[in-house]
Every structure is written in C-alpha cells, then in structure tokens.
Design a protein around this ligand. Sequence first.
Ligand code: ADP
Ligand code: MG
Length: 361
Amino acid sequence: MAAVAFVNLCKIFARHHVVIRDLSLTIESGETLVLVGPSGSGKTTTLRLLAGLEHPTAGRVFIHDSDVTDLPPHRRGIAMVFQNPALIPHKTVRANLEFGLRLKGVDRIAERVRQTAATLHLDNLLDRKPHELSGGEKQRVALARAMIREPAILLLDEPLSNLDPPQRLLLRSELAQLKQKLEFTMLYVTHDQEEAMSLADRIAVLDQGTLRQVGTPTEIYGHPTDTFVAGFFGTPPMNFISGRFAELAGRKHFVFDAGQFELHENSVPLKNGDALLGIRPQDVALEALDRADVIGIVQLVEFLGQQTVVHVDIGNECVVKTFAARPDLHKAGDKVGLRFSRHQLHFFDAASKRRLAVTAN
Ligand code: ADP
Ligand code: MG
C-alpha cells in the first residue's frame, strides 16, 4: 500500500507563480523517498503540502489511501524535522522527548524515551539542555522528538544542511543505518545529490516544480532521463559535448567539432541528427595522442586529495573533466589525448535535452 500519494498536485502562489506543476508521486510504506533539486525547485513546498501547512491549488494528497487534502496538519499523523532543530531551550533532552508524548497522553513514556534515546545514541545526553549540545547532537534530539511520536510518515527538510562537514557525514551514515533498522516511511528533502544517493530507496528529482525522474539511486545515476538529471548527480558532473550522428564509411559515428568516433554496435542511437553526448569524468581516460578520440589542452589540474581532476579544453568553449592517476602527471598547457569509454556514453536530444534510446536499451 502506498503510504503517500500526490495526485496531479499544483501549487500556485501569488502573482501566478507556479511552484509545483502537476506532481504525481507515490511513497511506499517503509520507503525512504528523497526529494532532491536545486534551491527554489519546490521541495519545501511539497513537504508543506503533505504536512497540511499549504493547501494545493489543484490535485489531491492521500495518506494510506485516505484523502487528507482538506485535513489539518495535526490529523495527518506526520512529524517533521527542519534544517534548524526546533527544541524547547530551557528543557532537558529527556523533557524535550517526553513533552509531545505527555500532551498526547501516551503511556510507557519512560520506556519509549529510553528506547529512542538508545537508537539515536542520546543515552548520555538526556540530562543536558539544548545549549549544552553540538549542532549534530541537537539535530539528533530533533529526530528523536519526531520519531518518538511514531508518526505514520516522517518528513525531513534538509536536516543536515546546517551541520559542519564531519557532523553532517556522521549523522548521514547514522541515518542510513537507522533507516535499515526501523520501518519508517520517510520523505527526505535535500539539495545535496550525494546525500540523496546515500540515503534514498528511491530519489525524485525536482526542477522548477516539475518532477524530472523517479528511480533508485543507481537508475538515476546510470540512466538519467534528461540533461538536467544527468548533470545534477556526480562530482564533477557529467561532461556534455554537442555533435551529431553521421554515417562514415558505412558505420555510425558521433561527430563533434574536435573529433569523431565510431559508436559501438550496442549503443547506436535510434535517431539521427544533432545530439549531446554525455560522459562522466571517470569514463574519460587520458590517453596517448595517437590512440585518442580527441586531443585537447590542459587548462587546470585540481588536486583534491584522493582525486586529481584535470580540465581539458577541446576547443569551441568545451572543457572536458577527467581524473588523473597522480597530481604531477599533467600541468596547464600540456597537450593531452582523451578516450571515451564506449560502454558509458549517454546521448540526449539536442533540442528537448531528453535521453535518446540506443540499440542496447
Ligand atoms: P526549495 O525548498 O526547493 O528551495 P521552496 O519550496 O521553498 O523551494 O520554494 C519554491 C519557490 O516557491 C521559490 O521560488 C519560493 O520563492 C516560492 N515560495 C515558497 N513559498 C512561498 C510563499 N508562501 N509565497 C510565495 N512564494 C513562495
Ligand atoms: Mg527548502
């Protein structure tokens, strides 16, 4: 059974500002769905529509098959965690956790507090007040406060965004482990593509209020449906090269300003004409000049510790990024060859920017 269903949801704010366009999406029971998109794409608005803090301009919202579109927030069985942890400042962690339960008249409060505190590693912090906690600890308390209510659905709006990088990574992996243990249905919002991939059962990608693609992290990364999704995931992002398909000596080639190469028989697009080639940095190899698909000039070598990113200018304002095995192999101004892995090519229609079907799929 779907825990959540958005059906043809639209939200238009004042002055005809369309923030959500015809959104249809379901979240299965026990699933973690991560809604990802750039800032302003409508993620928070979608959460607020589910929470009942906004009313849709059109469309319906269902929770466990019942239409909640007109229900107030407190009757929807949801709990929310925000970017800034909302804790009661003068109360201890224990009292913060107990607070909502007392209001609801729940029994076994002490036991529930103990269990939830253990799950979120708060056992030793129960007698502290919020100002005695680090940012990551505060956010763990906020999560505990939401979970202890045993909501039907847990909504999280960029809960890690305000943490410094070490705390963010720690809490991210704790959340990923927690998700495996508990059977919560979660709608998790983030603008961070890596966070989305690490936490999601499925990812929904939002761009200016339009749902671009829904799929597992590997589907989204491996088969992006358009250049927006393709460019959103991965660091550095996918390279795009404009060109066209052409028959040369009876064989299908991709031809671009700086070069051309024959396509593998399993990845010949079913369509002719102008196209964009998409290829991820790890699928471009630095290669001897005589074996390269294209020759370019090194523009920049970025040493990032475990990785060295090389930016190669192949002309016509096209810069291809790839990884070098070592930081000292190349320097700006060097002439280098690039070879594209034939099995990792993505092709997109030049006009619509949508993925082109190829013979293999
Ligand atoms: P995100 O969470 O993805 O950053 P939001 O859902 O907060 O995006 O906002 C999406 C768009 O809707 C933004 O352009 C924002 O300015 C606009 N918006 C959000 N809330 C309101 C509101 N109450 N009135 C008018 N415009 C709003
Ligand atoms: Mg937001």
